[in-house]
Design a protein around this ligand. Structure first.
Ligand code: TPP
Ligand code: MG
Length: 278
């Protein structure tokens, strides 16, 4: 496995990744920092906790594990992890959303080596993951597929078709993670379309489930340990998080705990970075 580091180092890496997220979205004056921050422990553990096989020098190696960021708007967290992993220079993070940069506002697999799926149109990532998982089985390859989905995104009907399909094919090489941060674009997920509890619904579709505090690194590492041991069918981690985790006091002061699709102003970014120092 690539890049397996200790729990303390993982927590420190998550802090570094949060700083990148703030810096790159503020520099771009655009993007989705709060959606990226809720998923930071999960993405950090996947890339640096020894759960994913990848080679930044050979990003297309066929035996790599696949990561599909279905909630593609949260791509700053993925770019930050990829830069830290050595896929491209950390300085390039500041080209986010700039004309000509491969670091587009949503992941584009045709522009940036190491991106496994072009996403941004919500609802499609689990279907892509199923394709990868079926291909691995047909090719007799042992790699795993991880798909990160938003809780608002779960309102897309295609996701539920994919959930049924993954069970039909008993895809033991597929792990889904729901980033249940409680918000989506227009408000609280429970007000827009309450689909909780997620776990019992997945169970009814034949999946194995775990529900965890997804901003607690030890819980995330433990859940990924369990999930990657499962080989007889698909499993999901319902990762209960907070949007903007790490800089919540800043969002509270702005009276907007969702803060969807808004970068921090340079002044607010300074406050956020100070919070992340502590
Ligand atoms: C098919 C589709 N419809 C609408 C959008 C616009 N959109 C971008 S982010 C978002 C909210 C997503 O909420 P959630 O999945 O909970 O992600 P979060 O930002 O909370 O992590 C929406 C509706 C989109 N990208 N794709
Ligand atoms: Mg959400």
């Amino acid at each position: 496995m690539t890049n397996m580091i200790s729990l303390d180092a993982l927590q420190e890496k998550a802090r570094v990744i949060r700083r990148h997220i703030i810096n790159m979205t503020t520099a771009a004056a655009s993007g989705h920092p709060s959606s990226s921050l809720s998923a930071t422990e999960v993405v950090t553990a996947l890339f640096f906790g020894g759960f994913m096989n990848y080679d930044p020098r050979h990003p297309d190696t066929p035996d790599r594990d696949r990561f599909v960021l279905s909630k593609g708007h949260a791509v700053p967290v993925l770019y930050a992890a990829m830069a830290e992993a050595g896929f491209f220079p950390v300085e390039d993070l500041l080209t986010l959303r700039k004309l000509g940069s491969p670091l587009e506002g949503h992941p584009n697999m045709r522009r940036l080596p190491g991106i496994d799926a072009s996403t941004g149109s919500l609802g499609q990532g689990l279907s892509v993951g199923i394709g990868y998982a079926l291909a691995a089985r047909m090719n007799k390859k042992p790699h795993r597929v991880f798909v990160l989905i938003g809780d608002g995104e779960m309102g897309e009907g295609q996701v539920w078709e994919a959930i049924a399909t993954a069970h039909k094919y008993q895809l033991g090489n597929l792990t889904a993670i729901i980033d249940q941060n409680g918000f989506q674009q227009t408000g609280a997920s429970k007000d827009v379309l309450d689909q909780t509890p997620f776990a019992s619904k997945f169970e009814a579709f034949g999946w194995k489930t775990q529900t965890i505090n997804g901003n607690d690194m030890p819980s995330v590492v433990n859940a990924l340990n369990v999930a990657t041991q499962i080989t007889d069918g698909p499993s999901v981690i319902v990762s209960q998080t907070r949007k903007g985790f790490g800089i919540i006091p800043v969002l509270e002061a702005e009276n907007d705990l969702n803060y969807h699709g808004k970068p921090l102003s340079p002044a607010l970014a300074e406050k956020a970075l100070a919070l992340l120092e502590k």
